[in-house]
Design a binder for this molecule. Structure first.
Ligand SMILES: [Zn+2]
Length: 460
């Protein structure tokens, strides 16, 4: 199915996470990627010519990274509403529940139009790829046809994705919800079947069961989705404990449940294949339950700040043994960039630290881990993506930072936003990228060895 690729050796500096705290910076490396887009070898400290001599790689294509650049693993966005992309940046002074009614439901319902869905989904997939997002866990809408179209677009553009038809049978306006639980399950199955049919081995695109959140599903609806999860083995995603009025609403709507997390547990949805977004106001018991069930958490710092939901205690979640990744949560979050989320995660952790002490602060190394290896674990792809290891797929971005010339003047419009003067250490270059970089710094992007995005700065 996938086109056979040219064997390629990626030569130059590369950076990736070795562990939560440790970033490996290799100033001169060579990474061989085979015809299937799989990493065949990783060499460190080689000369430019060395990789050519490797047996069977004499005629391989060479891609070199520039002097102030490096290869970095593709980002994993563990929570993004593709359908809300046109509203990125539009939230005013709203908080979660009024934001849904004012901005979100009207836009999402309009994506019943395939023409509009095509316009929105083409753009969001291209845009996230340009920011280095090689894997995304997407929420679409309730509509089967436009959800399937999103999966088609991800496959065509070459982005790795989980694509979910949103399920909800209550709370939202009458014009935008499943007509009945049976209708909702039928539609979810139809979308799962379609997505599995267009990519039978889930090489790039896979379905994901997507109850919007507990308040918009009755317990019968959640149980039916839990059954579907058990029967199909398909991943799940939803929201949990985003803001306090929402937590209070869940308590009121599910009086028989011990907690918000218990609502999902009772429905059979709290499993190692569940991605829970936000987790801002969890109790200790809920943290223990989520850990015991092996469910994962998507931290969405920009969204939590924009909607004044609160500051998730990421350090506590990680130390309790829960797997955490980053999510843009467009359009609760204003930016489709996971690099921006890395920065925002740092800021949010500093606000937590003001109450809880310095240990709550996340470092640059830690947020880069969450953006790559952590996210890969959240979506169950840690064997395939998130780092540069033999046997993993080449999901990568070429980062190119700007060089400040002697005299300090050059064409600002054409330059990368990160100004490298030349005397910075490699650690400092990476930090400058994290704090000042944007999509202009991402010169080219590959998924499974396929070039899926390039800028004019990319030289073949
Ligand atoms: Zn969300």
């Amino acid at each position: 199915m996938a086109p056979s690729l040219e064997k390629t050796i990626y030569v130059g500096a590369f950076v990736h996470s070795k562990s939560l705290q440790e970033l490996e910076i290799c100033q001169m490396g060579a990474i061989g990627v085979d015809e299937n887009g799989t990493i065949a070898f990783v060499e460190r400290y080689v000369t430019d010519e060395a990789p050519r001599k490797k047996d069977g790689w004499e005629s391989a294509k060479i891609v070199k990274v520039g002097e102030n650049g490096f290869f970095f693993p593709g980002f994993i966005d563990t929570h993004i509403h593709a359908s809300q992309y046109p509203n990125a940046g539009i939230f005013g002074k709203s908080t979660l529940l009024d934001w849904l009614n004012t901005y979100t439901f009207p836009l999402e319902s309009s994506l019943s139009s395939l023409a509009r869905a095509k316009q929105v989904y083409n753009r969001v997939v291209s845009r996230t790829l340009s920011h280095g997002t090689t894997t995304a866990a997407y929420y679409a809408t309730v509509h089967v046809a436009s959800t399937n179209l999103l999966a088609d677009i991800c496959l065509e553009k070459g982005q790795r994705a989980f694509v979910g038809r949103v399920c909800m049978n209550t709370l939202s306006p009458d014009y935008y919800r499943d007509a009945s639980i049976e209708d909702g399950i039928r539609d979810s199955k139809a979308s799962i079947d379609y997505i599995q049919q267009i990519d039978p081995n889930a090489e790039l695109v896979a379905p994901i069961i997507t109850p919007r959140f507990a308040p918009s599903c009755t317990s019968e609806c959640l149980r039916a989705l839990g059954d579907l999860h058990r029967e199909t083995g398909v991943h799940c995603q939803t929201h949990i404990s985003e803001n306090k009025p929402e937590v209070a609403l869940v308590k009121e709507l599910f009086p028989e449940s011990k907690s918000y997390a218990d609502v999902y547990y009772a429905a059979g949805l709290l499993t190692p294949k569940m991605i829970l977004a936000h987790a801002v106001h969890l109790t200790e018991e809920e943290v223990a339950l989520i850990k015991a069930c092996g469910a994962k958490i998507s931290h969405c710092p920009a969204s939590n700040t924009a909607l004044t939901s609160g500051c998730a205690k990421v350090r506590e979640l990680i130390e309790s043994g829960i797997t955490v990744g980053l999510g843009t949560d467009v359009s609760g979050g204003f930016s489709p960039s996971v690099l921006e989320m890395a920065r925002q995660a740092i800021w949010v952790s500093r606000f937590v630290a003001m109450n809880d002490g310095d240990q709550a602060k996340l470092s640059t190394e830690e947020v880069l881990y969450l953006a790559t290896r952590g996210g890969a674990k959240v979506v169950g792809l840690e064997e395939k993506v998130g780092g540069f290891e033999v046997g993993m797929d080449w999901d990568a971005q070429m980062i190119g930072l700007g060089a400040v010339p002697d005299g300090g003047e050059s064409n600002l419009e054409a330059d990368d936003p990160v100004d490298i003067f030349g005397w910075e250490s490699w650690d400092d270059r990476v930090a400058k990228w994290v704090y000042n970089g944007n999509d202009k710094s991402t010169v080219a992007v590959w998924v499974k060895g396929r070039l899926v995005h390039q800028t004019s700065r990319y030289e073949r």
